[in-house]
Design a binder for this molecule. Structure first.
Ligand code: 2NL
Length: 368
């Protein structure tokens, strides 16, 4: 920078104190205009160093080039003017620093300001799958009757899945329940995917003294080929009540109450004799067709019969008590097993069980 401060006073034609004033005034003006043009911290540092820098700042130049070599006649006046300029520059540089810092603070505040009036980010709310909704409906009904909800492992031992339920090896009842066995290390006990949730009822009876009133919801597995009504994985709720004075009437009343709560009070019900190794007597339980109102004529859903098969049930076979150290002479009870997929399909008019597992949102959104 080719400032006058780099030249000696003699060269600038200053030979009397009077001529100093315009020179210092000009320098001060230059400082003021430079200072006014600065709006950020980096440029502020340049300004500070250009004017106050110890080696090459304008004030250091004036000291070196004007004050030090000044004639005795001029020196006091140069010193006074320099001191005045220095005081001005130092004060102004500091004031500028404060202004720039304040402005930066304002910008930051404005940038970071939270506008509470802006609309929030809306997360789309999820819903429960129709099977989960059905589980919850069923659980609510049984919880109200004093039942507990129990859950357990999907990988079981043949003992809990078959033997303890009075289904010995080679019993024909295993045929339609043949299932998926785990590949185990040689010599290790067999494991399999449970075919019903009954194993957890056995486990619960092992652990709790009667009276027992439980339902066991969960996934179960059977070796079925998939079609509109079959899946190798489906869902069950099994129920079990054991006490000293339970009768077939308690059983019938409980089941009918459940069906009326689940399908509505118009639903009629009926029992048909059936067989399960773990219940005696055993029944199939039907509900009047919810599609034709039980009339049957021309109804494809109930094939004209007016009835739809709902689930299997019965009084607990006393042989089962032997496996869990319950006294079959003192105790009796009832049990039932229902397919949740089937119940949901009936209640909501779903014709293909696979739709429940494909998770196509166009299907799921029909059950908000
Ligand atoms: C069906 C039939 C049924 C049971 C399950 C059961 C459990 C114990 C003792 C006796 Cl620990 N019974 N469960 C009883 C009758 C039928 O399921 O069709 N399920 C889909």
């Amino acid at each position: 920078m080719n400032f006058s401060s780099t030249k000696p006073l003699s060269e600038l034609g200053v030979d009397s104190p009077e001529k100093l004033a315009p020179l210092f005034a000009e320098i001060r003006e230059r400082f003021d205009s430079e200072s006014a043009a600065i709006h950020n911290e980096a440029r502020w540092k340049e300004l500070r160093d250009a004017w106050l820098g110890r080696k090459s700042g304008v004030l250091a130049d004036i000291t070196a080039n004007w004050l030090k070599p000044a004639t005795p006649a001029l020196k006091p006046a140069v010193g006074a003017a320099l001191n005045e300029l220095r005081a001005h520059v130092e004060a102004a540089v500091e004031a500028r620093r404060a202004e720039i810092a304040a402005a930066a603070e304002q910008t930051a505040l404005a940038r970071e300001r939270v506008d509470f009036s802006l609309p929030g980010i809306q997360k789309p709310g999820g819903t429960h799958h129709i099977l989960r909704q059905t589980f919850r409906d069923i659980e609510r009904i049984f919880l109200a009757m004093g039942y507990h909800v129990v859950e357990g492992p999907e990988i079981e031992t043949p003992y809990y899945n078959f033997e303890a339920l009075n289904i010995p090896e080679f019993h024909p009842a295993r045929d339609n329940m043949d299932t998926f066995y785990m590949a185990m290390p040689k010599g290790a006990p067999q494991k399999l995917l449970r075919t019903h949730t009954s194993p957890m009822q056995i486990r619960t009876m092992e652990q709790r003294k009667p009276p027992v009133r439980i339902i066991v919801p969960g996934k179960v597995y059977r070796r079925d080929n998939p079609d509109a009504t079959h899946s190798f994985m489906f869902h069950q709720v099994e129920g079990l009540a054991v006490d000293e004075d339970l009768t077939f009437r308690d059983f019938k009343g409980t089941i009918e109450y459940f069906v009326h709560e689940f399908f509505g009070s118009d639903a009629r019900t009926r029992f048909r004799p059936s067989f399960f190794p773990f219940t005696e007597p055993s029944v199939e339980f039907d509900v009047s067709c919810i599609f034709c109102g039980g009339k049957g004529t021309g109804c494809g859903k109930c094939k004209g019969s007016g009835w739809i098969e709902l689930f299997g049930a019965g009084m607990v076979n006393p042989a089962v008590y032997g496996f869990v150290n319950y006294d079959p002479k003192k105790l009796n009870g009832f049990a039932f097993g229902m397919g949740i997929d089937r119940l949901a399909m009936l209640k909501y008019g779903i014709s293909d069980i696979q739709a429940l597992f494909q998770n196509d949102v166009r299907f799921l959104r029909q059950f908000p």
